[in-house]
Design a protein around this ligand. Structure first.
Ligand SMILES: C[S@@+](CC[C@H](N)C(=O)[O-])C[C@H]1O[C@@H](n2cnc3c(N)ncnc32)[C@H](O)[C@@H]1O
Length: 207
């Protein structure tokens, strides 16, 4: 179990050699689910968007493509994720449209009420307290801003529950639990969807 546990635990905070290996497959590994999630976003034209727990940076890159006039910020607390996301979005960073910053979602150092859209893919499992972190997200969103969470676990599937036992600090949530935490953190118009054949969920809320 030792090496396997060490490897899968890199999903929580990629570090060192195993973290680099994990990150090398993360962008492609999560792309299908992320694209399914993106398809749920309402028609909006955000001026500023932020991807939280950005990992290798692919989803920040998708936001840049989806919203060609938007400035996109990508945040992660792992040095390695930040470096990978910077490399992935190098051209857009040089063009002045993208910034990748190290930061913790439990204490966001971003300008308050400045983003129109926040996204979080495959990351809330590791956040230290949903309600507390969602309140941080609410703080950086403009009134009316949208927050989308997308997980490949619906909180009940056997595979993810197995990983929850292996990865310290991981917690799977049902869409209902995420909805509840969003409402407590001050969000409204909370809507969720479940993939018809996979345990994927997406939850969207408005500040
Ligand atoms: C499984 S990866 C997902 C990465 C990316 N969103 C994707 O879908 O491919 C989870 C990421 O969330 C980051 N993360 C976890 N907890 C965090 C926190 N409290 N603040 C910032 N980033 C966090 C990890 O460092 C890791 O890069």
């Amino acid at each position: 179990m030792g090496l396997f546990k060490d490897y899968v635990s890199q999903t929580r905070k990629p570090e060192g050699f195993l973290g680099k290996m994990m990150l090398s497959g993360m962008n492609s590994g999560h792309a299908k689910m992320a694209d399914w999630g993106f398809a749920h976003l309402p028609k909006i034209t955000p001026a500023k968007a932020v991807d939280l727990g950005c990992g290798g940076g692919r989803n920040a890159g998708e936001l840049l493509k989806m919203y060609p006039k938007a400035q996109v910020t990508a945040i992660d607390y792992s040095d390695l994720s930040v470096a990978k996301a910077k490399e992935y979005n190098k051209k857009m960073i040089e063009a002045g449209r993208c910034a990748v910053q190290q930061g913790d979602v439990s204490n966001l150092k971003l300008p308050r009420e400045s983003f129109d859209l926040a996204t979080a893919f495959e990351t809330v499992y590791f956040w230290p307290g949903l309600e507390k972190c969602f309140a941080q997200v609410a703080g950086v969103l403009k009134p009316g801003g949208i927050f989308m969470i997308c997980n490949e676990s619906d909180g009940t599937d056997a595979t993810s529950l197995k990983f929850e036992k292996i990865i310290d600090g991981m917690r799977n949530y049902t869409a209902e639990q995420i909805e509840e935490a969003l409402k407590k953190a001050g969000f409204s118009e909370v809507l969720s969807d479940h993939h018809p054949s996979k345990p994927w969920i997406t939850v969207i809320a408005r500040k």
